[in-house]
Ligand binder design. Structure first.
Ligand SMILES: Cc1cc2nc3c(=O)[nH]c(=O)nc-3n(C[C@H](O)[C@H](O)[C@H](O)COP(=O)(O)OP(=O)(O)OC[C@H]3O[C@@H](n4cnc5c(N)ncnc54)[C@H](O)[C@@H]3O)c2cc1C
Length: 405
């Protein structure tokens, strides 16, 4: 069996794990990231990079290289009811440097972070290696047991950061189970061609019994069709032609191309979960990102909150890690720092799910646009508020740990 020793072992090379890997390595910490897949190529993940994350790229001096990556900028988000468009969020009104959302495939963003992280001598990313168990001694987590292409490997570490996503095995091994808050919806993702003259850059289209989110990805529309919880099977049972017709009804400008939904394999289900751990840490172990709190897709904030967790963890833990004594109090400070922003956004998401999304899905006749939508459209200065919650969240993090190699 191979045995490795590092200061920090990060399980999971998603947004939380890769950003944490970059930040800790930049702070001079020896970091090993374990990623079970061979690459980052997974379709329909969080592909929205928000101003809070874009600002971090500036703080890290990576903005120029980041901007060179192919991406699509979006400055506004609208709600469309009965064919009439209401502007809901205007990111250009944000009091920050980057006043737009950037859409880019998550794998491009993760490749970028990995490319930046390997510049630091302490950084190591081990792919095709799946963490299977924790190593513990005297009540403290001291590493992980993993399975790689050449067999089992043990990684001993002063701290294990669990960034292994919403189905985290490591948090289960640590004895943690998240509290689920329930979500009345699931989401079906698919793509349709985008053509010149198509309306609206990014919009949510509401009609009786259906909601379609359309996101401009350059030559395609990334579409999210919202169904009541567990409604995927019933929808598929009605057949693809019925699904295509439903899409055309809610977004008539797409009617001439719904044949591009060739089969059900091109329609991917996201089972929506909103959950959170009561306790994110144990001696020697900390959960961040989706492993600590799965977010609703409302607002597309999942990646960005995962990254904020990584920044807070690096700000608080880089020094104790360097000194070789990370206490539980240090780990608790990370949770305390991040709990309020996560909880606040989850509450907002649940309110929107219950008050806006669920009623629209239950409606069987055309309805009037909700008052909030009409007010936001009429008073543009109010559009900064949703833009702020989506784009920057609550108490955005800033890089504080100094660069050392
Ligand atoms: C279908 C879908 C669509 C989504 N759409 C959006 C969106 O539009 N906007 C948005 O902001 N968010 C979206 N999300 C959520 C967003 O992708 C997540 O919130 C975000 O990726 C969380 O980052 P993370 O690093 O915490 O976890 P993840 O991105 O889940 O990363 C976890 C990583 O850990 C690896 N891993 C897991 N277990 C192990 C193990 N035992 N050993 C080694 N590696 C392991 C996984 O392979 C993965 O790379 C979507 C999620 C899904 C599933």
């Amino acid at each position: 069996m191979d045995a490795l020793k590092t200061q920090l072992c990060i399980v999971g090379g998603g947004p939380a794990g890769m950003m944490a890997g970059l930040l800790f390595a930049r702070a001079g910490i020896a970091v090993t990231v374990l990623e079970k897949h061979a690459d980052f190529l997974r379709d329909f993940r969080g592909d929205t990079i928000h101003p809070s994350t874009l600002d971090l790229m500036d703080e890290l001096g990576l903005a120029e290289r980041f901007r060179a990556l192919p991406q699509r900028r979006v400055e506004t988000f609208s709600g469309v009811v009965n064919g009439r468009s209401y502007r809901v969020a205007d990111f250009s009104r944000l009091p920050t440097r980057n006043r737009f959302l950037s859409f880019m495939p998550q794998w491009d963003f993760l490749d970028f972070l990995a490319g930046e992280a390997v510049r630091y001598p302490g950084f190591r990313l081990i792919r095709r290696t799946e963490a299977r168990d924790l190593i513990e001694a005297e009540g403290r987590v001291t590493g992980v047991r993993a399975e790689g292409p050449d067999g089992p490997v043990e990684i001993r570490a002063d701290l294990v950061l669990c960034a292994d996503g919403r189905h985290s095995l490591m948090r289960a091994r640590a004895g943690f189970a998240p509290r689920a808050f329930g979500a009345p919806i699931d989401v079906l993702w698919f793509r349709l061609p985008r053509r010149d003259g198509d309306p609206e850059a990014a919009a949510g289209r509401f009609g009786p019994g259906r909601i379609l989110i359309t996101l401009d990805r350059g030559d395609t529309w990334q579409c999210a069709y919202v169904v009541p919880k567990g409604g995927d099977a019933a929808l598929r049972a009605k057949g693809l032609p019925a699904f295509r017709a439903a899409v055309a009804e809610i977004a008539p400008f797409l009617a001439d191309r719904t044949e591009a939904i060739a089969d059900w394999d091109s329609v991917k289900l996201l089972t929506v979960t909103v959950d959170r751990l009561a306790r994110w840490h144990r001696p020697g172990l900390l959960c961040i990102g989706d492993a600590a709190h799965a977010m609703s897709p409302v607002g597309g904030v999942g990646i960005n909150l995962a990254i904020q967790d990584a920044v807070a963890a690096a700000n608080i833990l880089a020094e104790p890690l360097r000194a070789g004594r990370v206490t539980e109090a240090d780990l608790a400070r990370v949770q305390a720092r991040r709990l309020f922003p996560v909880r606040a956004i989850q509450i907002l998401q649940r309110v929107i799910q219950a008050r806006v999304i669920a009623p629209s899905l239950k409606a069987d006749a055309p309805f009037r646009a909700p008052l909030a939508l009409r007010l936001l459209d009429r008073l543009p200065s109010l559009q900064a508020l949703p833009a702020r919650m989506i784009g920057m969240g609550v108490r955005p993090e800033h890089v504080a740990a100094p660069a050392r190699s």
